[in-house]
Ligand binder design. Structure first.
Ligand code: SAM
Length: 272
């Protein structure tokens, strides 16, 4: 049966948490990006006294580092499946909530920091969610969202890597509704959600053989193989060739980047 874009959901049609190795795949992505994320969150002031919400927290690396390194007061880590969070020793300041963020009134309270990384790009409801998440920011607080930007173009030379990236984006879009085409519009979406002093940046870690990022993409292709084959753009041999290419010295490619955008809610009694 053919699925219309977005019919399937993250964690069901693709990236099932119960499939062995899914936690490691998320951790490879985290290893590639956590330092960049933490530097931005700390530059925005995350520190003692801050109550934080980490949406789609995955294996909880950012939630934990907010507590351990930034010294925030508390983190509520929310995910549709919390097996990678619940398995960790109870950590003072860390609360875990298993919930689908697209549902109504999932989270109560207001937070100085609301953060979601590599989550909204997988959810067709992303525009509504930007507004929902902005509503969870307390006056004077900040919303910080990160998602992938595809840096391939029609003129990118054909390599096993580019063929696979094209198949990946198309396959994930059909299988679960993943869409990164709107990600560069994030600054306007935050502004439209009523936030001020909006700014954004992009980071692209190097794709070096054996690096966490290379291993993240290889794992992602392996796990999403069925969705990518269904596009007809690649066959099994092409997926295998792309995975070998990524791990080889021959690899010459620009990874998808991570766009991080942030916007502030006006303090009580002021307007931005
Ligand atoms: C690619 S992982 C990113 C994990 C983490 N934010 C990071 O950057 O390391 C996406 C996470 O979002 C969660 N997720 C996906 N859809 C969700 C939903 N509707 N509600 C809550 N969490 C969701 C997944 O379970 C997964 O843990």
């Amino acid at each position: 049966m053919t699925t219309a874009p977005g019919d399937g959901r993250y964690g069901e049609a693709v990236f099932r948490p119960e499939q062995a190795g899914e936690g490691e795949r998320i951790d490879f992505g985290a290893l590639a990006y956590d330092d960049i994320t933490m530097a931005r969150l700390r530059a925005l002031g995350a520190g003692p006294g801050w109550r934080c919400l980490d949406v789609g927290a995955g294996t909880g690396t950012v939630s934990r580092r907010l507590l351990d390194e930034a010294g925030v007061e508390s983190v509520l880590a929310v995910d549709r499946d919390v097996r990678f969070l619940a398995g960790q020793a109870r950590k003072p300041g860390l609360d875990v909530l298993e919930a689908d963020i697209t549902g109504p009134d999932v989270v109560s309270g207001r937070f100085r920091l609301v953060h979601a990384r590599f989550v909204l790009m997988h959810l067709p409801e992303h525009e509504r969610l930007v507004s929902t998440l902005a509503g969870l920011v307390e006056p004077g607080g900040v919303l910080v969202l990160s998602d992938a930007v595809d840096l391939t173009s029609d003129r990118t030379p054909g390599t096993p890597y580019t063929a696979m990236m094209r198949a990946m984006w198309q396959g994930l879009r059909t299988a679960i509704g993943t869409d990164v085409s709107w990600v560069p519009s994030y600054p306007q979406l935050l502004r439209a959600a009523g936030l001020g002093s909006v700014a954004a940046e992009i980071h692209v870690p190097p794709l070096e053989p054996g690096s966490p990022l290379s291993r993240f993409w290889a794992d992602t292709w392996e796990r999403g193989r069925a969705a990518m084959l269904a596009t007809g753009l690649v066959d099994d041999a092409a997926v295998d060739a792309a995975i070998r290419y990524l791990a080889s010295e021959e690899c010459a490619a620009l990874s998808a980047g991570m766009l991080t955008v942030w916007g502030w809610k006006a303090p009580e009694g002021t307007a931005r």
